[in-house]
Design a protein around this ligand. Structure first.
Ligand code: GLU
Length: 405
């Protein structure tokens, strides 16, 4: 009798989230007392602003929050998300076009579940965030990488997209500001890509989780707007899903509160799926998110300024290491240096051939954690989050300067 595999082929084919894995390893070493400095997870070091925490505390005393609420989200939160979508993405939607999810990650998962059939192709600008490939695979989709390296500012062109398009292309994934590269598409580039998608009847899944975190070239300049693809090309609204959440903008990663916005049929499908998968997101987190979106936004600007300061520090200090090329990120809170110049050389008795080996060596010899490029596409890069305190941020890079000096 042939034994049946213990795990389904579907689950056996996916790997643990690389970003969470490196983060967990760094945190475990820190818990053992090792002075590890971690640039691993994209997680603001700030406390959630007080007015949001207060709203959550009040919510714990309100019995309305002790029971099931609609799977797609509290009506007041769906309204607040609709207002935020108009404010920041320039798209007018009804509250019924919003599903509140357990973090942006669940919105990504559901977007692909709703859109893809077996063998449908998704164009994925590469480097890409580590979770997209697995969410696409779990929906039966086929990922088609469209690679844009540091030489083109990590921004894909229409020519590249067109070369990758086939009869099976159903979706374009669009992420600006990008995780992992921090690249932000200029408004005219967004418009051109949106028009191309519209012309070819291609859906767009636009991950906008970093849309409020952009930075000007000059310290006191006005930060560029990350223009939403549906604002650039409003006719695209009927074939676009926007993914977003409070995690990055409001220092709320642990509250698990995201959402998706889209056309009615897609949102109905996603809400049906969620009604079987997880039901409503914790009402306490939803009440906190209402406060976040409708309350004063000064804390957001303060955090953004701190990220900008750290961005300048990390770019300047990393650039001092010979063999490291550091494109200047314009958004999110990641820097994505090309480290191929460090590979194949001997450092402290080891000769790393890949960025995976380089990241291991950095952790062992300098107690510095970063996510290797392999988690996001090709080898030869590292992702460093600069959402950590100014002191450790500088010290960690100085350790690398000594290691690779
Ligand atoms: N999105 C963040 C990151 O890329 C959080 C970790 C994760 O969910 O992957 O680091």
């Amino acid at each position: 009798m042939t034994e049946k595999p213990r795990l389904s082929a579907r689950i056996a084919a996916i790997a643990e989230s690389a970003t969470l894995k490196v983060d967990a390893k760094a945190k475990a070493l820190q818990a053992e007392g090792r002075p590890v400095i971690s640039y691993a997870a994209g997680e603001p070091d700030f406390a959630t602003p007080e007015y949001i925490v207060e709203a959550a505390l009040a919510a714990t005393r309100d019995p309305r929050n002790y029971r099931y609420t609609p799977a797609a989200g509290l009506p007041e939160l769906r309204e607040a998300v609709a207002a935020k979508t108009l404010r920041d993405s320039g798209l007018e939607v009804g509250a019924g076009q919003v599903v509140v999810t357990n973090g942006g990650k669940q919105a990504v998962y559901q977007a692909f579940q709703v859109l893809l059939d077996e063998g449908d192709e998704v164009l994925v600008p590469t480097p890409y965030w580590t979770t997209y490939p697995e969410a696409i695979k779990l929906a039966g989709g086929r990922q088609v990488d469209v690679f844009a390296g540091a030489d083109q500012g990590y921004l894909v062109t229409i020519e590249q997209l067109e070369a990758a398009r086939t009869d099976r292309t159903k979706v374009l994934l669009f992420v600006s500001p990008s995780n992992p590269t921090g690249a932000v598409y200029a408004p005219e580039q967004v418009k051109a890509i949106g028009e191309w998608a519209l012309e070819h009847g291609i859906w767009v899944v636009s991950d906008e989780i970093y849309q409020n975190l952009t930075y000007a070239d000059d310290e006191d300049g006005v930060p560029p707007r990350a223009v939403s693809i549906v604002e650039a090309v409003p006719e695209l609204a009927n074939q676009a899903i926007l993914v977003n959440g409070v995690a990055k903008t409001y220092a709320m990663t642990g509250w698990r509160l995201g959402w998706m916005v889209g056309p009615n049929d897609v949102i109905r499908g996603a809400a049906n799926l969620q009604s079987h998968l997880s039901s409503n997101v914790s009402n306490i987190s939803q009440r906190a998110a209402i406060a976040a979106l409708t309350g004063p936004q000064d804390a957001v600007e303060e955090m953004r300024r701190a990220f900008d300061r750290r961005r300048r520090t990390i770019v300047a200090e990393l650039s001092k290491i010979e063999g490291v090329t550091v494109p200047v990120p314009q958004g999110a809170f990641y820097v994505y240096p090309d480290v191929s110049g460090l590979l194949g050389r001997e450092w402290g008795g080891a000769t790393p051939a890949t960025s995976l080996e380089l990241a291991d060596l950095m952790l062992e010899q300098a107690e510095v954690a970063a996510v290797p490029g392999e988690a996001f596409g090709p080898s030869g890069y590292l992702r460093l989050s600069y959402a950590l305190g100014d002191g450790p941020l500088l010290e960690g890079i100085q350790r690398l300067q000594r290691l690779f000096g």
